[in-house]
Design a protein around this ligand. Structure first.
Ligand code: GLC
Ligand code: CA
Length: 533
């Protein structure tokens, strides 16, 4: 089956996203920092994590909390310094873990010195590092493009009388990837971090980096188009997924592959259709992994999930690896989004993520089943969460990691106000470590089973016929996974073996003789008996 050849730490292991501001604060300013991440590496090692991706740690005025970069090769002072980062890489390495950083090539902060130069005059040498265009004769924006965050994608610069492109916030000016100088500069940035031993990058909005050279208008969306496009009123034909973006990815990949060991590139391909994600693997010469956002947006219901998993499996190019994720810093956490706070369904989701073919990214807090923290706008920091409240928000998933139930949550000193409010502290690492039936114990045991069973690491995926409401599949020769996502008890035939891990932990090691019975919200990983002969 396609993909079997790929075999490395990033293609089958459990990986973990850290949102640094919310992981661990060590200097009592209410904001997580790099020394805090170092302190928590033992937790990640204990859990069985192979690699961590840090959301941006580079200098940022924090209009978009790190995703507006003002210096790509220096550490944001509120998070620490370069020595901390080097120590983090060394300490992770000594625990058998890799460190991935976040690369934001689509745009910079408007406070980046490049942009300050670029905007200073029309004939500045860096003018064409960004996308500048004249107003229309009536003074309006150069074309109809809409920002991913809503509103026009153009901001008028009064001084030089031209508009600059900003596909996200007005504080995030889009770079011009038609410029050879911009490309060369990013070659340098990649090498700067790879030379420091950074194992690779998660690439922010990887699919959008190159824009139409002629800046043509986008066509209107119709009622058949994806929901987000309907909201924006247009299809992002000319500011997203341009054919030329693949040249940039091949260029990044050539640099990553020139290192020993090769560095890994993981793209944030935030696209509504899986068919549009797959081209970003190229022919094994572009991204190593492309995030499957369509899967994350699939309703948590057996037939829809089965369909999405099968399509993904069918479409992955030969020699490429899959990656699954249920949460990240831009969407509601999976125990909220998929499971609506139901702990049994959240456990099933975890079993699914851990047993699909490929690697997976947990988002910090996923291991304890953290749900989104309900916030009102006055408590929020993210301008997008405030703008779209209560329809959509990102801060609910970004509240601090819950290490203990005590004041400060083990995240910061008691009495210090965290940058975002704490969630429900009865859900915390300390308590769950003591409880063999906790979400955390389930998570760690699932990672252990993945590591122990070659079937789960790289065995082929095959859907199994199952009663309505049950998602069931076989991995490799002997491993069956069954999740009852329906409201009724269900029975799956043709299963003879031993339960390795069940969501209801008292069923671990239970014998199954022909039929696996699952209550509503129950799931199990079963090791089939070896047939004689
Ligand atoms: C990506 C990031 C998101 C950010 C946006 C602009 O989608 O994940 O957090 O706001 O890019 O950089
Ligand atoms: Ca701090």
């Amino acid at each position: 089956m396609a993909g079997d050849e790929v075999d490395s730490w990033w293609s089958e292991g459990a990986l973990y996203q850290i949102y640094p501001r919310s992981y661990q604060d060590t200097n009592a300013d209410g904001v997580g920092d790099l020394p805090g991440i170092i302190q928590r590496l033992d937790h990640l090692q204990w859990l069985g994590i192979r690699g961590v991706w840090l959301s941006p740690v580079t200098v940022s005025p924090n209009a978009d909390f790190g995703y507006d970069v003002a210096d790509f090769c220096a550490v944001e002072p509120s998070l620490g310094n370069m020595t901390d980062l080097e120590e983090l890489v060394a300490e992770a390495t000594s625990r058998g873990m890799k460190v991935l950083l976040d690369l934001v090539p689509n745009h910079t902060s408007i406070e980046h010195p490049w942009f300050e130069e670029s905007r200073s005059s029309r004939d500045n040498p860096k003018r064409d590092w960004y996308v500048w265009a004249d107003p229309k004769p009536d003074g309006s924006a150069p074309n109809n493009w809409v920002s991913s965050f809503g509103g026009s994608a153009w901001t008028l610069d009064e001084v030089t009388g031209q508009y600059y492109l900003q596909n996200f916030l007005p504080e995030q000016a889009d770079l011009n990837w038609w410029s050879d100088e911009v490309r060369a500069e990013f070659d340098r940035i990649l090498r700067f971090w790879f030379d420091k031993g950074v194992a690779g990058f998660r690439i922010d909005v990887a699919h959008m980096v190159v824009k139409d050279k002629e800046l043509r208008d986008n066509p209107p969306a119709t009622s058949d188009d994806p929901f987000l496009d309907q909201i924006r009123g247009q299809l992002p034909v000319y500011n997203s997924c341009r054919p030329e973006v693949h040249d940039v990815h091949r260029r990044f990949r050539a640099i990553a592959d020139s290192y020993d060991p090769p560095r890994v590139l993981i793209g944030e391909t935030f696209l509504p259709n899986i068919e549009d994600v797959m081209p970003f693997y190229g022919t094994g010469d572009e991204l190593n992994l492309a995030f499957n956002i369509p899967f994350l947006h699939t309703p948590f219901e057996a037939s829809a999930l089965r369909d999405m998993i099968e399509r993904t499996e069918a479409l992955i190019p030969d020699g490429c690896a899959l990656v699954w994720t249920g949460s990240n810093h831009d969407v509601p956490r999976f125990p909220t989004r998929w499971a609506d706070g139901d702990p049994d369904r959240a456990r099933c989701a975890l079993v699914m993520l851990m047993t699909l073919r490929g690697s997976l990214f947990l988002f910090e807090g996923d291991e304890i089943g953290m749900v989104d923290t309900p916030l009102v706008p006055e408590q929020m920091a993210d301008p997008i969460s405030i703008r779209y409240y209560p329809v959509y928000g990102r801060d609910g998933a970004r509240t601090p990691m819950q290490w203990t139930g005590a004041p400060g949550a083990g995240f910061t000193e008691p009495g210090v106000e965290p940058w975002l409010p704490f969630g429900d502290l009865t859900v915390n690492v300390e308590d769950q470590r003591r409880d063999p039936e906790s979400f955390l114990s389930l998570c760690r045991d699932l990672i252990g089973v993945r590591d122990a069973l070659p079937d789960l690491r790289n065995g082929a995926y095959a859907s199994l016929d199952a009663p309505e409401g049950v998602l069931a599949y076989q991995r490799g020769e002997r491993t069956v996974v069954a999740l009852n996502l329906g409201a009724e008890p269900a029975r799956l035939g043709g299963v003879t073996g031993t339960i390795r891990v069940a969501t209801r932990r008292s069923r671990d090691e239970e014998r199954v003789d022909g039929t696996l019975a699952l209550g509503p919200g129950e799931g199990a990983v079963v090791l089939l008996d070896v047939l004689p002969g």
